[in-house]
Design a protein around this ligand. Structure first.
Ligand SMILES: Nc1ncnc2c1ncn2[C@@H]1O[C@H](COP(=O)(O)OP(=O)(O)OP(=O)(O)O)[C@@H](O)[C@H]1O
Ligand SMILES: [Mg+2]
Length: 471
């Protein structure tokens, strides 16, 4: 049999480079069907009330009917606010956009603050566009290609396609010939051609021609010769964000700006036109809005102008769900001399639902540290984990998480397979946590330049004064 001589193409292995980020262990909110938080699931531990609340909000978002809601995650540092937002983004369906930004980003962009916020908002709203495309679907009877005698110049050719009822000959241009070659289309294949884009898809080989060639691999799919007309209509749905539509339609930028990210400011007229167009599409049933989430971390870094802008934006019918997170208590609202809870103006707070996160107990800290060591591929002994948990309780969870990696390196250096108590002790003495660093600075202040904690104009080395202010 001739088929035995056919070599299958070699399968190339694709290696993915996975980096371990601060929240890479989190895969979802870890809720059960009744939205009750499991003590430890999908990488999330404890913080059950906040997780459950986040789950309820997520349901609301998935329904897609509610616009203009805002939610605030408030709690002390390291209590999992960012983690919960990440979990929500992972649990959201793929075609609802999730935009993740830190409030301070808006100050570093070469555009106004409100433009930056508008872009983020429009990045968070998906538009599902339904499109009917015309396709040609049939079995290939024959492909004929004429190469010009000179060897150069346009190639031309003819393609004969048939269904069970009809047969048509199509003229081929150079591009079509190239894509037919690329797809290795031959007589007996059943193909579709997208009329608008010219994209060719091979559906399989026709049953009728199954015996013509024995050089077909095991993967070959056999399909029936299509029935009816060669030309057909097919519905496809794609989701794009409003921001993408903006960029593509703003004449100065063009779609290439999507790749560079360098979109600059977009004119209001462009946005107005697009809003009108999208509204039209919605009325005609061609498009649907898929509202997503805009997550603004460190929200206390926004200033009063941003807050009033967001207040207004939330009233818009096309607003996404806005989630903010902050670890500040009562503090000054940026850009004013007024203080308010979380540094967020009261009128905006009034529109938000506030979810609070609380510090972890020892058992939960231990569990999180355990999950993190697994994530970082660090084996850790029970007593070392206990010490690490103590450290997390006394200093901070983040500091303890950092020690996992460093202790792992130390253990590997001494060729141990497991991190022991001594490794943790070693890195604990090598790397200071925030408290000990502060303590050290207080004691050795005079040895540093520009001792600013003591106030700008304090003479260098006046230790007693500095101590008084900073402690
Ligand atoms: N409930 C949890 N389950 C699993 N991991 C958690 C949990 N809470 C926090 N973590 C992990 O602990 C670390 C610190 O948490 P996170 O960054 O979410 O804190 P935060 O509340 O955003 O703090 P900050 O106010 O400083 O921004 C992260 O690596 C996070 O993934
Ligand atoms: Mg955070």
């Amino acid at each position: 049999m001739a088929a035995s001589g056919v070599a299958l193409p070699e399968v190339k292995e694709v290696a993915f480079l996975e980096r371990i980020g601060a929240h890479s262990h989190i895969r979802g909110l870890g809720l059960d069907d009744s939205l009750e938080a499991r003590q430890s699931s999908q990488g999330m531990v404890g913080q059950v009330a906040a997780r459950r609340a986040a789950g309820v909000v997520l349901e609301m978002i998935k329904d897609g009917k509610i616009a203009g809601r805002a939610m605030l995650l408030a709690g002390s540092p390291g209590t999992g606010k960012t983690a919960i937002a990440m979990a929500m983004s992972r649990a959201l369906s793929t075609d609802s956009p999730f935009t993740n930004m830190s409030a301070s980003e808006i100050y570093s962009l070469e555009m106004s603050k409100t433009e930056a916020l508008t872009q983020s908002i429009r990045k968070s709203i998906g538009v599902r566009i339904k499109e009917e495309t015309e396709i040609i679907e049939g079995e290939v009877v024959e492909i004929m290609v004429d190469t010009p005698a000179s060897g150069t110049g346009q190639k031309v050719g003819k393609l004969t396609l048939k269904t069970t009822e009809m047969e048509t000959v199509y003229d081929l241009g150079g591009k079509m010939i190239d894509s037919l070659m690329k797809e290795k289309v031959q007589a007996g294949d059943v193909i579709t051609i997208d009329k608008a884009t010219g994209k060719i898809t091979k559906l399989g080989r026709s049953f009728a021609r199954a015996r013509d060639y024995d050089a077909t691999g095991a993967q070959t799919r056999f399909v029936q010769c299509p029935e009816g007309e060669l030309q057909k209509r097919k519905e496809v749905v794609h989701t794009v964000t409003l921001h993408e539509i903006d960029v593509i339609n703003s004449r100065t930028q063009g779609f290439l700006a999507l790749f560079s990210g360098d979109t600059g400011e977009i004119k209001t007229e462009v946005r107005d036109q697009i809003n009108t167009k999208v509204a039209e599409w919605r009325e005609e049933g061609k498009a649907e809005i898929a509202p997503g989430v805009l997550f603004i971390d460190e929200a206390h870094m926004l200033d009063i102008e941003c807050f009033s802008f967001l207040n207004r934006a939330l009233e818009n019918e096309m607003s996404p769900i806005i989630i903010m997170a902050t670890n500040r208590g009562i503090t000054r609202i940026r850009g004013t001399n007024y203080k308010s809870p979380h540094g967020i103006p009261i009128d905006l707070l009034d529109r938000m639902i506030i979810i609070k996160t609380v510090p972890y107990d020892e058992k939960e800290l231990k569990q999180i540290l355990k999950i993190r060591s697994e994530e970082e591929d660090v084996e850790i002994s029970d007593d070392a984990l206990a010490v690490l948990t103590r450290i997390a309780g006394d200093t901070s969870l983040r500091y303890a998480i950092q020690l996992i990696t460093t202790a792992g390196v130390v253990a590997r250096r001494r060729k141990a397979t497991e991190v022991g108590m001594d490794d943790v002790k070693k890195v604990y003495s090598l790397f200071l946590d925030e408290n000990r660093s502060m303590q050290y600075l207080k004691e050795h202040q005079s040895e540093y330049m520009f001792s600013e904690i003591g106030g700008g104009d304090a003479p260098l080395g006046s230790k007693s004064e500095q101590m008084e202010i900073s402690s």
